[in-house]
Write a protein that binds this ligand. Structure first.
Ligand code: AMP
Ligand code: MN
Ligand code: MN
Ligand code: MN
Length: 281
């Protein structure tokens, strides 16, 4: 076991996207649970970073300004985390404003599709839930739970929001190469998020990791919230085979999800180079 690993969490969400805690509440919660190095990685936005950073610094934590970018690769969605970015970087800001337009249009289309299915006003309701944060499918899911269509967010995804279900529509997110370029131009490093959560074949995943590495990707999440020893082992194999550094992040979205809380990440596997060494050297 690598006992020198600082308590870090490099994948979290606030109300700037689909988390339920404000950036400062999230940082305080992480601090109370012993997190020393924290990255805020909201979906396609840097809006929460300044507030989070101020709170982190006030609590003596190391804050890593970051983002989770939505990417379309071979007609499927990949999530690429950009760690240690300059939030002001021009090409990144230009790129994410395009993704925000895509998100807004997709949300309107989801509203239209759900209306055909008898669910009226879903876009407006989800828009309200999102406030001035990035609108996501999670906001639709929360609305449908509130309206009693399902008992949990997970159930809404299963019955309404995934491919083949009434509220699903496919859009084109960023290309893998451009997303990694935006991260690099912002001085950051690119990490392939939650590799075991894409519901794809081995062949497809190896193809995606090959393309990610070829485009300049640096790391892969080896330890995620909820990840079991088998998933950690498989992710570590990917890291070794493709010479990627390892990252660790819970994908925290708020206190409501009892199974993903701060300070509960599994040990980092031995022999994998931790990605936080890139900017701590
Ligand atoms: P979006 O980027 O708007 O398509 O929304 C993706 C987000 O939805 C992810 O970041 C998760 O937070 C959430 N999500 C995706 N699939 C599920 C699921 N099966 N159950 C619960 N939440 C999910
Ligand atoms: Mn999310
Ligand atoms: Mn993700
Ligand atoms: Mn995430």
């Amino acid at each position: 076991m690598n006992t020198e690993r600082p308590a870090c969490d490099l994948h979290t969400h606030s109300t700037a996207s689909d988390g339920t805690l404000s950036p400062s509440e999230l940082v305080k919660n992480a601090h109370q649970h012993g997190v020393q190095i924290l990255a805020l990685t909201d979906h396609d936005t840097t809006k929460g970073l300044a507030e989070a950073e101020a709170t982190a610094v006030g609590n003596g934590m190391e804050f890593v300004p970051s983002i989770e970018l939505s990417v379309t690769w071979c007609r499927k969605v990949l999530h690429i985390v950009g760690l240690n970015i300059d939030p002001e970087a021009k090409s990144l800001q230009k790129g994410i404003s395009r993704l925000q337009v895509t998100r807004e249009r997709r949300a309107e289309e989801m509203g239209r599709l759900l209306a055909l299915h008898g669910i009226i006003g879903a876009y407006e309701g989800a828009r309200d839930f999102a406030g001035d944060g990035t609108i996501t499918r999670t906001h639709f899911a929360r609305l449908l739970v509130e309206r009693g269509y399902c008992r949990s967010v997970r159930e809404v995804f299963k019955h309404y929001l995934i491919k083949g279900k009434p509220g699903h529509t496919t859009v084109s997110w960023a290309r893998l190469e451009e997303a990694i370029e935006w991260i690099h131009e912002a001085g950051g490093v690119a990490v392939l998020a939650h590799p075991m959560r894409y519901h794809v074949t081995d062949t497809w995943l190896h193809g995606a990791v090959t393309a990610f590495k070829a485009a300049g990707g640096t790391g892969i999440e080896v330890v995620c919230g909820n990840s079991n020893p088998k998933d950690i082992g498989t992710s570590a194999e990917f890291a070794r085979r493709y010479q990627l550094m390892g990252s660790a992040g819970s994908d925290y979205h708020g206190p409501e999800n009892a199974s993903i809380q701060f300070g509960a990440l599994a040990e980092f596997p031995y022999g994998i180079e931790p990605i936080w060494q890139v900017w701590r050297r």
